[in-house]
Structure formats: structure tokens, C-alpha cells
Design a protein around this ligand. Structure first.
Ligand code: HPA
Length: 248
């Protein structure tokens, strides 16, 4: 089954016909909220709001391990994760929707692996391609069918937050090759890979990264909501077509 992890601005899907909600407990604690099950045009889908349904959990406090574990436990095989980012690359202006193909992890102090038990053999996963390519292509094809402009590829930097970056930090991320910056892409992507789940991200650019464009002197946080609302509508259209094409 396809699962959607909703980020900031996406705590529910209006076109999702909810059939049941399930409160979960995992060996890693509780996920961000109950799993929501439902259908979009008769196609089954599972939904979880990463920051909780009231948007109360900051990026560094999300129990990523419990979230991914619970999704897999309930039968998720593919996960489309929605995340908001700041744009670093020139064409990633606010309102842009992009499906990244690479990431760089700058987070610290998060519970980032399932393979940390003393009772288990040392395990390394291959993470050369952090996102599942068939799922990325499924999303891009869905965007095309939905008539939504969606950029293909880019390097997603993931910072610790919850503060935003300094202009010099963004300069450094750019030198590293980053095109966009968010706070929730890791360890989510790696944990999905550890569990053998196909995982891809739809990133919504909600502001110019620090020191860029209209964020030259400061990030205009008050304008993010206005950018987010129409962009999330685009994401919902993409998701609808992604879900519908999932078992075709
Ligand atoms: N930086 C980090 N995370 C973000 C940003 C940003 O500029 N915008 C939205 N999430």
C-alpha cells in the first residue's frame, strides 16, 4: 500500500475518504499520531501527519523511527513524504514543487537507525541513491497527468533546526552542492531504506533560503503561509494522481 507522510501545511487530505484510524505503539515509542486509512477514488492509502495532527511536534522531536515502523507494520510498501524547504538554487523560488534525487544530512542527535542494538549484527545499508527511483518517476508522471509543474531532481540538505540557517550556512550548503534545505528529510529517508520501503519526497519551496532573494536580510516568515496554501493544493493534485496510478 502507498503511504503519505504529510508535512507542514498538510495535516489532512480532503479528498481522502477516511475508513479508519489506528492508534499505534511500536518498540520505538509512539508515532506522531494515529495512522489514518482511507481511499482516494477507491484506491487505498495510508496517511500520517509528521508533526502531529495539531502540528505540535518540531522537526527535531519527531519520532521518525516509530513513524516508519508503524507505517510498515500497517502494510505500507511505498512512502511519499511531503516536506517544506527553503530554495537555494536560483530556479527554486517560493511556490516551486520539486522531487529531489539526492540528499545531504546535517542533522545531529536524532535517533537515526534501527541497527543500534547490541544484540544485533553490525548492518550497513547502501544509501547511494537515497530515494526510490521508480517512485520518483511515478510522482513525476502523476504531476504531468495532473497538469502540475514539478521539477525533477535536486540535492536536499537536511538541517537540525528548529532555527533557520544563517546566510553563511546557506553559502556553505550551496558550496556542498545543495539546492534546497529542509529539516525533516533525515533520518526519515534512511530509516525507510533500513526497513526496505520505497521512499520518495515531494519538496515544497516555501521561502528563499537565508541570504537569497527576498530572504537577503531575513526570512519573511509571515509570507510563508500565503506561499504554502496554493503550493499544497498542487501537491494534493499530484498525490491524487500518484495514488490512483499506484496499482495500475
Ligand atoms: N531552512 C530549513 N528548513 C526549511 C526552510 C529553510 O529555509 N524553509 C522551510 N523549511
Amino acid at each position: 500500500m502507498l503511504a503519505i507522510i504529510g508535512g507542514t501545511g498538510l495535516t489532512q487530505l480532503e479528498n481522502l475518504k477516511i475508513t479508519r484510524r489506528q492508534v499505534m505503539r511500536t518498540p520505538y515509542g509512539e508515532p506522531s499520531g494515529p495512522m489514518t486509512f482511507g481511499t482516494i477514488n477507491q484506491h487505498e492509502v495510508m496517511f500520517l501527519a509528521r508533526h502531529g495532527y495539531g502540528h505540535t511536534i518540531p522537526p527535531h522531536m519527531v519520532n521518525y523511527r516509530a513513524n516508519l515502523w508503524a507505517l510498515r507494520d500497517q502494510g505500507a510498501q511505498r512512502i511519499v513524504a511531503i516536506t517544506s524547504v527553503g530554495g537555494i538554487r536560483d530556479d527554486l523560488v517560493p511556490g516551486t514543487v520539486v522531487v529531489p534525487d539526492q540528499l545531504i544530512d546535517y542533522t545531529s542527535g536524532r535517533d537515526f537507525t534501527y541497527f543500534d542494538g547490541k544484540d544485533r549484527p553490525v548492518t550497513h545499508i547502501d544509501f547511494t541513491q537515497p530515494y526510490n527511483e521508480p517512485l520518483r518517476q511515478q510522482i513525476l508522471a502523476a504531476a504531468k497527468r495532473a497538469g502540475v509543474k514539478c521539477l525533477d531532481g535536486g540535492v536536499h540538505a537536511v538541517t537540525q533546526g528548529p532555527r533557520l540557517e544563517t546566510a553563511a550556512e546557506i553559502d556553505r550548503l550551496e558550496r556542498d552542492g545543495a539546492d534546497m534545505v529542509g529539516m525533516t528529510g533525515m533520518p526519515e529517508a534512511a530509516l525507510a531504506k533500513e526497513l526496505g520501503l520505497a521512499y520518495a519526497t515531494i519538496a515544497v519551496v516555501v521561502n528563499h533560503a537565508a541570504g537569497r532573494g527576498e530572504s537577503r536580510d531575513s526570512i519573511p516568515l509571515e509570507t510563508i503561509g500565503a506561499v504554502m496554501i496554493p503550493a499544497i493544493e498542487k501537491v494534493k493534485d499530484i498525490l491524487e494522481f500518484t495514488v490512483v496510478s499506484d496499482d495500475e
